[in-house]
Structures are given as structure tokens and as C-alpha cells.
Design a protein around this ligand. Structure first.
Ligand SMILES: Nc1ncnc2c1ncn2[C@@H]1O[C@H](COP(=O)(O)OP(=O)(O)OP(=O)(O)O)[C@@H](O)[C@H]1O
Length: 595
């Protein structure tokens, strides 16, 4: 029980306002219903015996019932109360299930919002498929497997209290022995079964997450996997991980059933024990009375105890999910609060800001050497600049620093004379970003360009202008549906080059002041790339363009080329100046026929 509370208490913190009051009311009403049920059944049993015979019925508050009509009326009234109780219980269930569903949505929203707002470096450390599973399945299990079962405990506690009070009034000694005995059995179960159920639940969650990761990684590389004949390896991995999670689930299931049998056995042993105590204190008559009382108490208490144990096992085996959900929400929200307090945001006043890096260093968490090492440079507003260097030189890291996704671990970055971390929100609104791999979603071309899931938010003119600049408008308009045609799952209806152009259109849609292109034209044929580059060049003076490209023809006309090697800025200047300064770059330029 303590364990259940330790799992549920932190969960209450992440529920929407007003939920605690609802849960308390729900719990009290459930307990009251259980009590009413017990009292009504007791009354029916007492009355049935006498209604049919001549005996008198004496009821609390109502008094003696002597006539048959009076007795029948009372019996019908009690039956009516039972029916009303049933109706009320169904209504309560309806309200509660809806409310629990809204709790599930609220927790999921909060968790997802916390993930989305968490720093980029933190997000890099999280596996996407695990994240998806926690936000969806994890939240579902937290509500259906922890919160709801816990709430049913109120009803059980109500029943148990009623029974305990009744037997204490009847015979305190026998009641004490009964309670101590049943409590010992419950403690035994809690000590042996619960820890194993918690371990099985943790095991299940870990292996389920691993299965999802293996599946999504293998499906992501399905073509290569199939061609390399590695599908049996994938099958074997999935078989192994699912084997572990299935075994853990079976163990949790088994442990959930055990208490019922233990309690049933304990009931039989209890009869002998209580009969002995009854005999010692009251002789044969005492033994019979004790057995009768233990029987009545046991048959009411044992199902309640069994259900409580089942709830405990269910909650324990799902605890790993609930703890993870709460820890993820708490961790991300605490960090966000700290950051908001440390860095109150304000608006960037300069419309076309210069970008200045002063000794910027960045080391990835856990890495030994910095990916960027004391880089100082200036990107004037409206200039077209390029970052070049061999693979692993730090170009993509530089892009993430400029986008404000990664925060320098040393030095600082200023835009328009302001520290980037203090104007991050307004900086990001000025940026258009085009990655190498463009992710498209299952919606229309227009929605993909505008990056919105709501059609009414799309500005068709802006979509067309962006597509035209990206050299994709003609291709889109000859297709049926034009900009309103749907793109299939993961953009499969588009070729690699078309997807990249759609990505460029997306980057241009909001008329950015700064356009960051990370290998954004690598999949285009030379003619299309030249046309896209010309369109981008037309933005000169209006938009700062920052390009990362291995294909040197793409960046040849840049105002400034920054050459990175092992995270250090080794040279900067026009293309020709960098060729003159850096022999490796001169060699690459020569190979590309550019010098
Ligand atoms: N998430 C990460 N965690 C740890 N180290 C990383 C991470 N991402 C990149 N690195 C390391 O940082 C260094 C710079 O990587 P970066 O991706 O910035 O290089 P790049 O110049 O863009 O390379 P490429 O041209 O191959 O894309 C590399 O040594 C890389 O191994």
C-alpha cells in the first residue's frame, strides 16, 4: 500500500488543476457505494428470513415491523435502494472513465510539451522511438494501469472498514485475531510478491522499448537490410527482445494471480486457527460462533483483500512507466523553469542582425574533445557565407549553434549586439532552415511547405512564391491537385531532389531574415542546383544565407568562406583567398575543377 502511494503521489502532481478534488470525491463516493452495498445486502438477508415467517423485524431508525405489508414494503424499499445504487454506480463510472481519459490526454500533452521544449542537447540523448512509446503507451499505462486501479482501492477500503467494525462490535478478541492473521498474510504477499512484480514491470518496459527501437531502426533501413540479406538478423533481434518482454509480462501476470490462491488457502487455515481460539475462550459454542464470524468476515474480506493485492500487483508492474513519465515531466519542466529564470527573453530590435561568435567552444555531453574549439567570426547581415571542411570538422555543430539549438559550452554568440540566449525566440522566428534530409508528413504540399497541420493557416501565395524560388512550382502544378495534392507517407511520392526542393520552399516560406542551408542541395542535379542557387543569390543583401556544402561549386560565389578543421576555424575569406591559404582546400577545389 505504501508502495502504491509512493507511485501515485508524484503522479497527482502532474495532473491538471482540480484533479485531486475529483479523485478524492470519486474515492469517497466509491467507498460510500461499497458501504451502502454491504448494509443493503445485510438488511435484505436479515429481512428475508423473517418476511416469510411470523417473526418481528427490528430495524435501526425505523423500529419494529410487525405486519407482513410493512415488512414487504421495507424489503421492496431496500431492493429499490440497491437498484438506485447500481444506477448511481454506472453513472459514476461513466463520469470517471471520461475524466480519466482527459487525465491521460493532459499528462501526455504535458510530457510532450516538456520534451519539445527541452534543450536540443538533451533531445539528442533520447531515442526517438522510445520517446514516441513513452508519450503514447507509457502515458496510457500510467493512467489505465496505475491511476485507475489505485482509485478502486477506496471501495475496497470502505468494505474492509465496515466488516472490521462489524466484527469488532460482535467479538473484539476474535476480531483482533482475525485482523492480525489476515494482516500477516497480506504482509507476506506484499513482501514476496510485490518486489518481484515491480522488477517484472521494469523488465517489461525496458525490453518493450528495446523492441520498438530495433523495429524502427530496421524499418528505417529496410532497403539496405533487405538487399544485404539481413532480414533474418533483424527477425532474430526482434524475437530475442520480444521474448524477454513477453516473459516479463507473463511473470507479472503470474504474480498478479498468486495472491488469490494464497488468500483462499489462508482462509481455510484461518478457520482452524479461529476455531481453536474460539474453543479456548468459549468452548464448543464459542468455536462455532467464531467460525461463523470468521466465515462471514472472511468471505467479505478475502475478495476485498484479493482485489487489493491485484491492484497492488498491477500498479507495481506498471510503476516503471509511471515513474518514467513523472521523472521526464519533472526533469524537463524544472530545467525549463531554471532557464526561463536565468534568461528572461526579450525581442530582437535589429531587423537584419549581424552574427558574431566570440571564442565559441562546444563539447557534446560525454565527448572528450570539443566539436568546435574557440571559434571567433563575424557574419555581416545580408551576406552569403559558407562553412566548409572535411567530414567531422564541426560544420553541422556550427549550424546548430547558429540556430540556437545547441548552446556554446564556452565563449558566446551575439546577434544584433544581443546575447543569443536572451533573444532566442525572436531569433528563431527570423530563421529559415533547410536540412539535408527533409522530413515530409502525410498532408498536402501546401501544408508541408507552410509546416502546419491546419489548412486555414496556409497562405497560398506565399506557398507558390516559395515553391517558385525552390524551382518546384511547375512540377507541383502539373500534378493533379496542385499545391493541395496530398503527399504520401514520409513523402514517398517525391524523388530525393524534389523533397529537397520542397524543404527549400519550406525554409523560404516565412520570408526569413537568415536562411541556413545544411547540404540542402546535395541531391539536386547540376542544372536544378544552379537554378536554385541563382534564386537564392537574388536574396543577397536582404537575407543572410549560411550554407554548408561539400560540393564546392555551390559555395564558390559566397562572400565569405569559413574553413573548419577539427573544430577550429583555420581560414576565412573569399573562395580564392581560402584556396590560397589552405592547401587541402586548394586540392579539393582543383579536383572540382574550380581553380
Ligand atoms: N550528438 C553527438 N554526440 C557526440 N559527438 C558528436 C555528436 N554529433 C557530432 N559529434 C562529433 O562532433 C564532431 C563534429 O561533427 P559535425 O557533425 O559537426 O561535423 P561535420 O563537419 O558536419 O561533418 P559531416 O560533413 O560529415 O556532416 C565530430 O567529431 C562528431 O563525431
Amino acid at each position: 500500500m505504501k508502495n502504491v502511494l509512493s507511485i501515485v503521489r508524484p503522479l497527482l502532481r502532474v495532473l491538471p488543476p482540480g484533479s485531486r478534488r475529483f479523485l478524492l470525491t470519486y474515492g469517497v463516493l466509491t467507498a460510500a457505494l461499497a458501504l451502502l452495498d454491504l448494509v443493503a445486502l445485510g438488511l435484505v438477508a436479515t429481512m428475508l428470513q423473517t418476511v416469510l415467517g411470523d417473526g418481528e423485524v427490528s430495524l435501526p431508525l425505523i423500529g419494529d415491523l410487525t405486519t407482513t405489508a410493512g415488512k414487504v414494503t421495507a424489503l421492496v424499499t431496500v431492493c429499490g435502494v440497491i437498484v438506485l445504487k447500481g444506477v448511481f454506480a454506472v453513472a459514476l463510472l461513466r463520469v470517471a472513465t471520461r475524466r480519466f481519459a482527459s487525465h491521460e490526454v493532459a499528462i501526455g500533452d504535458r510530457l510532450f510539451a516538456a520534451y519539445l521544449a527541452s534543450p536540443w542537447a538533451d533531445r539528442l540523448s533520447k531515442n526517438t522511438s522510445e520517446l514516441v512509446r513513452t508519450v503514447d503507451v507509457g502515458v496510457g499505462v500510467t493512467v489505465a494501469g496505475v491511476l485507475i486501479p489505485t482509485m478502486t482501492l477506496f471501495g475496497e477500503v470502505g468494505t474492509m472498514l465496515a466488516v472490521v467494525v462489524a466484527i469488532v462490535v460482535f467479538d473484539p478478541l476474535i476480531a483482533a485475531v482475525t485482523i492480525v492473521y489476515l494482516a500477516l498474510v497480506a504482509l507476506l504477499l506484499a513482501g514476496i510478491v510485490s518486489p518481484r512484480a515491480v522488477a517484472a514491470g521494469r523488465e517489461n518496459r525496458n525490453w518493450s522499448q528495446r523492441t520498438v527501437r530495433v523495429l524502427s531502426e530496421a524499418l528505417g533501413a529496410l532497403k539496405e537490410v533487405t538487399l544485404a540479406g539481413r532480414t533474418p538478423d533483424v527477425q532474430a533481434r526482434v524475437h530475442e527482445t520480444r521474448g524477454h518482454s513477453s516473459r516479463a509480462r507473463a511473470e507479472a501476470n503470474f504474480l498478479g494471480q498468486v495472491p488469490r490462491y494464497v488468500l483462499e488457502t489462508a482462509l481455510i487455515i484461518g478457520f482452524a486457527l479461529i476455531a481453536g481460539v474460539g474453543y479456548l475462550t468459549g468452548g464448543p459454542e464459542g468455536a462455532v460462533a467464531a467460525i461463523g464470524m470468521f466465515g462471514i468476515a472472511g468471505f467479505r474480506l478475502v475478495p476485498s483483500l484479493t482485489r487489493m493485492q491485484t491492484v497492488q500487483s498491477t500498479v507495481n508492474s506498471n510503476a516503471a512507466y509511471a515513474r518514467q513519465v513523472v521523472a521526464d515531466i519533472d526533469g524537463s519542466e524544472a530545467l525549463l523553469e531554471r532557464r526561463a529564470a536565468e534568461r528572461p527573453q526579450h525581442e530582437l530590435t535589429v531587423e537584419h542582425p549581424d552574427i558574431v561568435l566570440d571564442g565559441v567552444t562546444f563539447t557534446y555531453p560525454g565527448a572528450e574533445t570539443p566539436a568546435l574549439d574557440r571559434v571567433s567570426l563575424r557574419i555581416p547581415a545580408g551576406a552569403h557565407v559558407a562553412f566548409v571542411g572535411s567530414s567531422g570538422a564541426g560544420k553541422s555543430t556550427m549550424v546548430d549553434i547558429l540556430l540556437g539549438l545547441l548552446e556554446p559550452t564556452g565563449g558566446h554568440l551575439e546577434v544584433g549586439g544581443e546575447r543569443l540566449e536572451l533573444v532566442l525566440d525572436s531569433w528563431r522566428r527570423r530563421i529559415g532552415y533547410v536540412p539535408q534530409d527533409v522530413s515530409l508528413f502525410d498532408a498536402t504540399v501546401a501544408e508541408n511547405v507552410a509546416l502546419t497541420w491546419e489548412r486555414e493557416k496556409v497562405d497560398d501565395d506565399k506557398v507558390r512564391r516559395a515553391l517558385r524560388r525552390a524551382q518546384l512550382l511547375d512540377t507541383v502544378e502539373v500534378r493533379e491537385g496542385g499545391i493541395d495534392a496530398r503527399i504520401g507517407e514520409r513523402g514517398l511520392a517525391f524523388s530525393g531532389g524534389q523533397r529537397q526542393r520542397l524543404g527549400i520552399a519550406r525554409g523560404l516560406y516565412n520570408d526569413p531574415r537568415v536562411l541556413v542551408m545544411d547540404e540542402a542541395t546535395s541531391a539536386l542535379d547540376t542544372t536544378t542546383e544552379a537554378a536554385v542557387t541563382r534564386a537564392i543569390r537574388d536574396l543577397h543583401g536582404e537575407v543572410t544565407v549560411i550554407t554548408v556544402a561539400h560540393r564546392l561549386a555551390t559555395i564558390r560565389d559566397s562572400d565569405i568562406v569559413f574553413f573548419l578543421r577539427d573544430g577550429r576555424l583555420v581560414a576565412q575569406g573569399s573562395f580564392a583567398e581560402v584556396v590560397a591559404q589552405v592547401p587541402d582546400f586548394a586540392e579539393q577545389a582543383a579536383l572540382a575543377g574550380l581553380s
